[in-house]
Design a protein around this ligand. Structure first.
Ligand SMILES: *[C@@H]1O[C@H](CO)[C@@H](O)[C@H](O)[C@H]1NC(C)=O
Ligand SMILES: *[C@@H]1O[C@H](CO)[C@@H](O)[C@H](O)[C@H]1NC(C)=O
Ligand SMILES: *[C@@H]1O[C@H](CO)[C@@H](O)[C@H](O)[C@H]1NC(C)=O
Length: 279
């Protein structure tokens, strides 16, 4: 009961003090401060945050100055490359009697190999086989070692414009992803195997699936724009018994320090694809 009587008075008092706390006409204070006091506070924060932002930008700028576009700064070791294949499909399925079914693969290979045309490559360097092709940091436009399309022989698309697809012995190109600064030790080569009991005959171009050291290191897009990656062509010599059944093929880079058996990353140094040719 007493509470009910008290209430109207309380409310009135509360209202006046609440209004005063926003704007007090007697002292000219707004939320407890005069205009000049507010001005100083706003000025202080403007200067304070302005300084913080400026400092942030300065440190960012200094850090970016020390970064190079093509070399990762904080990396203790060069990463391992993944393997990829061309045509860009992990399921190569076609009917060898039906050109419409394999034309897409041929198109893909034709496009990919344009840059390897002998006429294009003639202007590049003839490098020493088996040696890294290291170049001075002062070299603004890095030179490129020749990789001639004709060295892929039966898989070059020159002597056989269907890359073996029409005869049911398709070619697949295997290459490593570009990694700046990578210099594989040993003598890397590509080794492909069919995941089945019966073995599968394969033919490699260049010989033995070698990846020559002369194509390393790669210096990055900016200075090494005309770089072409070394490619290994694998011709799958399928026989009549191999048609109409899916064959899983795994290719690995071997003979070097490049990793090819990482449990977590199955694309490191290896690639698996399926082939199914019908007739
Ligand atoms: C492959 O193509 C040929 C010719 O078009 C056709 O006769 C044959 O049935 C096709 N084979 C399959 C498995 O589709
Ligand atoms: C590369 O060579 C192929 C086959 O000789 C030809 O069709 C193609 O036009 C050439 N491409 C370039 C860019 O020279
Ligand atoms: C290729 O790999 C298979 C399976 O791992 C192995 O048996 C074979 O000896 C290898 N070939 C070469 C030339 O290393």
């Amino acid at each position: 009961m007493t509470k009910d009587q008290d209430k109207p008075g309380d409310e009135k008092e509360y209202k006046t003090s609440w209004k005063d706390s926003i704007y007090n006409p007697r002292t000219g204070e707004f939320v407890g401060r005069t205009a000049s006091s507010w001005g100083l506070i706003i000025l202080f924060y403007l200067v304070f945050y302005g300084f913080l932002a400026g400092f942030f930008c300065l440190t960012m700028w200094v850090m970016l100055l020390t970064l190079s576009d093509d070399v990762p700064k904080y990396s203790d070791r060069v990463p391992n490359p993944g393997l990829v294949i061309r045509p860009k499909s992990l399921d190569i399925v076609y009917n060898r009697s039906d050109a419409a079914k394999y034309n897409q693969y041929i198109q893909h290979l034709d496009n990919f190999l344009q840059r390897y045309n002998d006429t294009e490559q003639a202007s590049n360097e003839l490098c020493l086989a088996g040696e890294y092709f290291e170049q001075d940091a002062t070299e603004v436009e890095k030179k490129v070692c020749q990789f001639r399309r004709s060295s892929l022989r039966l898989c070059s698309g020159l002597s056989d414009s269907s890359y073996g697809y029409a005869e049911g012995k398709p070619c697949v190109l295997v290459k490593m992803n570009r990694i700046i600064g990578l210099k594989p030790l040993g003598d890397p080569y590509i080794n492909c195997t069919a995941k089945r009991d019966a073995s599968l005959q394969l033919q490699y171009f260049p010989k033995e699936g070698r990846i020559d050291k002369m194509y390393f290191p790669y210096y990055g897009k900016k200075t090494h724009g005309k770089y072409v990656q070394p490619v290994v062509a694998v011709k799958l010599l399928l026989t009549k018994e191999d048609y109409n059944q899916e064959i899983t093929v795994e290719c690995r880079v071997e003979g070097s320090d490049l990793r090819n058996n990482d449990d977590r990353d199955k694309s490191l140094g290896r690639v698996t694809f399926r082939v199914l040719v019908t007739e």
